[in-house]
Design a protein around this ligand. Structure first.
Ligand code: FE2
Ligand code: FE2
Length: 293
């Protein structure tokens, strides 16, 4: 009898719940998230929380002062950053910094090129921002972040399932399968399901959860289909441009329906790629963040 989606999800949950040290976001992110949900919170509360984690605080300032935001004046304190950028941007920056810290804690392994993978994530974020702008999405920062976070389940597999990871690499070396297909063959499920599980655990917004779940098949998205379409195309453009390491040697099929929904024609691609590469240049701070202290 064929296994249903719900049964598969239950099986995945059972496997993942057994993991001992599940990757967690730094406490500072959960605290900032809590403050933002509380109408009585002040900029002072949020600034103090961010300052309590010096690694995150210094990254927040670096990102706030980077060409990604392009502010003409220098932002010198966290309070200043909150005033200039607003609560929502600060929360997004803290989330991206938290993910960088998470990558660092996972560390290097011979089986997976983490730095190359991070570059793929940043490039997908940058292309998402440009394609999202082209599609008329207002919150481009959120679109960037959805792109940045689209594939994180891959690091969970390579960190926590080393035996299956070896099998995955073997299948990929054959050159015919995508990483998602190899993951399913070795593990029974893929990074999309792991990211979904992880982001639910982290209490991230539905947009990030759905994009992580649907970026290879945006037609199944119900809540955030436009952003899923955007990240789907951005992921493939980042791969096609050979930026970083997405985990395999193949190029997934670009869904025609996503292009149609976003009204992207073949003749638009050279412009989108050019703008995407420029955006990637402005997003360099995120790539540097992984290598810096
Ligand atoms: Fe993916
Ligand atoms: Fe990807």
């Amino acid at each position: 009898m064929a296994i249903t989606t719900t049964q598969l999800q239950e099986q995945i949950k059972l496997v993942l719940e057994k993991l001992k040290d599940i990757p967690t976001l730094p406490q500072v992110y959960t605290q900032v998230q809590g403050f933002l949900e509380n109408p009585k919170s002040s900029a002072k509360n949020i600034a103090e929380t961010i300052q309590s984690d010096p690694a995150i605080a210094s990254k927040v300032l670096k990102i706030a002062n980077s060409p990604f935001y392009g502010f003409p004046q220098r932002i010198t304190t966290i309070t200043h950053a909150i005033v200039v950028l607003g609560f929502s941007s600060i929360k997004n920056i803290v989330l991206s910094c938290s993910v960088v810290e998470l990558f660092k804690s996972v560390g290097e392994t011979e089986m997976f090129d983490y730095k190359g993978f991070w570059k793929h994530c940043v490039a997908t974020g940058a292309f998402s921002k440009i394609i999202g702008k082209n599609a008329g999405i207002a919150n481009l920062e959120e679109v960037f972040l959805a792109g940045l976070l689209h594939d994180l389940g891959k690091i969970v597999i390579f960190k926590y399932f080393p035996d299956e990871a070896k099998k995955i690499n073997k299948i990929i070396a054959g050159g015919k399968k995508t990483i998602g297909q190899a993951e399913k063959e070795a593990l029974g499920f893929s990074h999309t399901e792991i990211s979904t599980w992880l982001y639910e655990k982290w209490n991230l917004s539905r947009l990030f959860i759905e994009v992580a779940m649907c970026h290879h098949n945006p037609a199944i998205a119900t809540h955030s289909r436009v952003t899923s379409d955007v990240v789907h195309i951005a992921d493939i453009l980042a791969r096609a441009m050979g930026i970083g390491w997405a985990g395999d040697h193949s190029l997934p099929n670009l869904q025609e329906s996503s292009l149609n929904r976003l009204r992207i024609k073949g003749s638009d691609f050279s412009r989108l790629i050019q703008q995407g590469m420029a955006e990637l240049g402005r997003s360099k701070i995120f790539i540097d963040a992984l290598g810096s202290e």
